[in-house]
Design a protein around this ligand. Structure first.
Ligand code: NDP
Length: 288
């Protein structure tokens, strides 16, 4: 039997509609949510992501600015601009588009973002808060995955979740979020021996590797929920996930497509975090 498709496009629209309503309510009280995106260099993929984020903001009633820097810019210059944005009252969220050029220390740049404006959830304070289960801004991609599981009533507690990939922006926070919800979590990496022995025991399988169609049907447990975070550009220009969708959908219980799965949810959760940041700023303003 064919798996149910988790429709990230539709779900992201629901989240966006909620964000739009909350943004309008705040704007009515004199605070329009504002997001600043900082981009260094001209990585084509990053440029597309930034354009999409700016478009999503304007469709949601969120003010946005893009701060572009040449590849040759110094770290100090970028940090200087972030510090200005930290003080800018019309900006509630600051996002540093990754990856930064090689001569940058990314963790230093991210650490310069004010914690209350860290809508990407990458600041060490937010990372630590996530470990203890009290995060203000959960990172957007794994948070989008959690939203998908919630909206499709997919049980997490007591389930075996296997995450393939241990990046700071997807794999590790994903594992923590599932752990907080009571899953038994296994993390696999490039060093894992006999990967399919783990993936084929997963009730929930989240794949964030960056290798097109590496997860095939024999690696998946019948009826499992398969979440494909990967976005890979194929030589013919088309997009593919890390999961071989056509074969795995015949075996899984639920599956996310690429495109139209986790990608749109990531942007929606960024809008959500920006609205929350603006609401918190408004409350602080009232209290001061
Ligand atoms: P990284 O390159 O930072 O991490 C990839 C991870 O995959 C690493 O932990 C690596 O292990 C692991 N890995 C590599 N090869 C294997 C293998 N053969 N078996 C098991 N594990 C392996 O990638 P990201 O987490 O940033 O992104 C992963 C994918 O998700 C990419 O395609 C990216 O484009 C996409 N992405 C999509 C988003 C969305 O919104 N949908 C958002 C962010 C990313 P090790 O640590 O040992 O090297």
């Amino acid at each position: 039997m064919s798996a149910k498709i988790i429709d990230g496009k539709r779900l992201s629209q629901e989240v966006r509609t909620e964000c739009q309503a909350r943004a309008a309510r705040l704007a009515g009280k004199g605070t329009q949510p504002g997001l600043a995106v900082v981009i260094v260099g001209d990585n084509p993929a990053s440029t597309v992501y930034v354009r999409n984020k700016a478009k999503a903001c304007s469709e949601t009633g969120i003010y946005s600015e893009v701060h572009e820097f040449a590849e040759s810019t110094t770290e100090e210059e970028v940090i200087g601009r972030i510090q200005e944005l930290n003080r800018d009252a019309k900006i509630h969220g600051i996002l540093v588009q990754l990856p930064l050029p090689r001569h940058f220390d990314s963790s230093k740049v991210i650490a310069s973002v004010a914690v209350e404006k860290d809508v990407d959830g990458f600041h060490l304070y937010n990372v630590g808060a996530l470990v203890t289960g009290s995060s203000i801004f959960p990172p957007c991609t794994p948070n989008g995955v959690m939203k998908m599981l919630e909206k499709y009533d997919i049980p997490i507690e007591g389930q075996h979740a296997v995450i393939v990939g241990r990046s700071n922006i997807v794999g590790k926070p994903m594992a923590l979020m599932l752990l907080h919800e009571g899953a038994t979590v296994t993390i696999c990496t490039s060093r894992t021996r006999h990967l399919s022995e783990y993936t084929s025991r997963a009730d929930i399988l989240v794949v964030a590797v960056g290798k097109p169609r590496m997860i095939t049907a024999p690696m998946v447990k019948p009826g499992a929920t398969v979440i494909d975070v990967g976005i890979n550009r194929l030589p013919d220009g088309k997009l593919a996930g890390d999961v071989d969708f056509e074969s795995v959908k015949e075996k899984a219980g639920y599956i996310t497509p690429v495109p139209g799965g986790v990608g749109p949810m990531t942007i929606a959760m960024l809008l959500y975090n920006t609205v929350v940041a603006a609401e918190q700023a408004y409350v602080r303003l009232q209290g001061s």
